[in-house]
Design a protein around this ligand. Structure first.
Ligand code: HMG
Length: 384
């Protein structure tokens, strides 16, 4: 029995801000952003968008193609939750028109939790092969204005259907895992922006990669040289380069895996969307599928990292014919349709983000579902 990703689809915010604009206003060389961290743009959410609307936009094409047969679980991974109690997937359940006989839940561990969600989904399908699980990763990444993380903000969602006999990726059973209680990045309950010890976070990411890789090998994981590509969590795309260099040094010192050109197809979307936290590594995967050569039957590695901190390394094999399952044009059109905003509007929106009390939102999103506002502390969503 093979289990893995049967379908995958993504969405992003309806607005875009160019890092060239940010650099100009900061009076710094844009090379620091374009080459130094490997980012050109960041996606931002419109006033009537959030993690739920992006998730609905990502998941709707999957439900449209496969229906709801066998779908009994939705796992929503996020670290930018919109309620301390009610799972974001409850809102999504209604917006997607899912049947009552579906369990839904939200999971959290910084950027890592979509990988945990996939592992849980694999377990459900291994126990009941007739069931399918919808895994959602959706986040809005926000840092304070004028902070080191500001240039790495972004917004995006990826939806994946996990099933038996998958059409895209067969996930192999071996995983390497790593956890340590550290303060590299966190967001206390009273803040909508994250706090970060930036340089330290880079160091912990790399330690976690090494730890997860060693655990993967200790549990019978494949040789590094057998991976056609590795998809890394990309808080900014240069981080993938640092990851590949570290892994090649410890796992394949004499091989060709240090060749960072092999990462090029995995960074295309993230360099234009920015950090999408839980969705970031799966956007890297989708970027490879959409923009890379046909890698049918090749092994792909995944390194998932969440600050705090948890890391996991696992592999999967691309199913021959996977290219026919993709919606490349749709995502590229969505990226092209984002409305560019200038520096003043960007800052204004950043400050206005934390609205409290009751309010109505302006009609701005390009998606079919919108966040209409808050009434008596209840978030309202509507389909167009
Ligand atoms: P910084 O400290 O301002 O930047 O921000 P820097 O001075 O380290 O420069 C960055 C790179 O640009 C350097 O290259 C410079 O040399 C280069 P490196 O030494 O790294 O190879 N550079 C230039 N290159 C070309 N032309 C130029 C130029 N100027 C400089 N003119 C920092 C960097 C990572 C600290 C910042 O972006 C930050 O705080 N980011 C947020 C935290 C983060 O993304 N951490 C990553 C690991 S933690 C993680 O992945 C988890 C996370 O996703 C959250 C979660 O799990 O939920 C964040």
């Amino acid at each position: 029995m093979t289990i893995g990703i049967h379908d995958i689809s993504a969405a992003t915010g309806s607005l875009v801000f160019a890092l060239a604009d940010l650099a100009e206003h900061e009076g710094i060389d844009v090379g620091k952003y374009h080459r130094g961290i490997g980012q050109t743009e960041m996606s931002l959410t419109a006033e009537d968008e959030d993690i739920v609307t992006m998730a609905a936009r990502a998941a709707a094409p999957i439900i449209e193609r496969h229906g709801t047969e066998g779908l009994r679980t939705v796992i929503f991974a996020t670290e930018s939750g919109i309620d301390q109690s009610k799972a974001a997937s409850v809102f999504l359940h209604r917006l997607l028109g899912l049947p009552r006989a579906v369990r839904v839940v939200e999971v959290k561990e910084a950027c890592y939790s979509a990988t945990a969600a996939i592992q849980f989904a694999l377990g459900i399908v291994a126990r009941r092969a007739d069931e399918r699980v919808l895994v959602i990763a959706s986040d809005v990444a926000r840092y304070e204005l004028n902070s080191s993380g500001e240039a790495t903000q972004g917004a995006g969602a990826v939806a994946m259907l996990i099933s038996e006999n998958p059409a895209v990726l067969e996930i192999e059973p071996v995983s390497g895992v790593w956890t340590d209680d550290v303060w590299d990045f966190w967001r206390p309950n009273d803040r909508s922006t994250a706090l970060v010890d930036g340089r330290y976070s880079v160091q912990v990411y790399l330690e976690s990669l090494e730890g997860a890789w060693n655990d993967y090998r200790a549990h019978g994981g494949a040789d590094f040289s057998s991976f056609a590509r590795v998809c890394y969590h990309q808080p900014f795309t240069r981080m993938a380069v640092k990851g590949q260099q570290r892994l090649a040094r410890i796992a394949d010192p004499d091989g060709e895996s240090t060749d960072i050109d092999r990462l090029a197809d995995t960074v295309e979307y993230n360099s234009r969307i920015g950090n999408s936290y839980t969705a970031s590594i799966y956007l890297a995967f989708l970027s490879l599928l959409d923009n890379g050569p046909d890698l049918s039957a090749e092994r792909i590695g995944f390194f998932s990292y969440g600050s705090g901190a948890v890391g996991e390394f696992f592999g999967g094999v691309l199913v021959p014919g996977y290219k026919s399952q993709l919606r490349t044009e749709e995502l590229q059109n969505m990226l092209a349709a984002r409305r560019p905003i200038g520096y003043d509007e960007y800052r204004h929106r950043h400050i206005a983000y934390d609205r409290v009390g009751d309010f109505e939102t302006a009609d701005e999103t390009h998606g079919d579902v919108r966040f209409a506002g808050v009434e008596q502390h209840k978030r309202l969503y509507e389909a167009r």
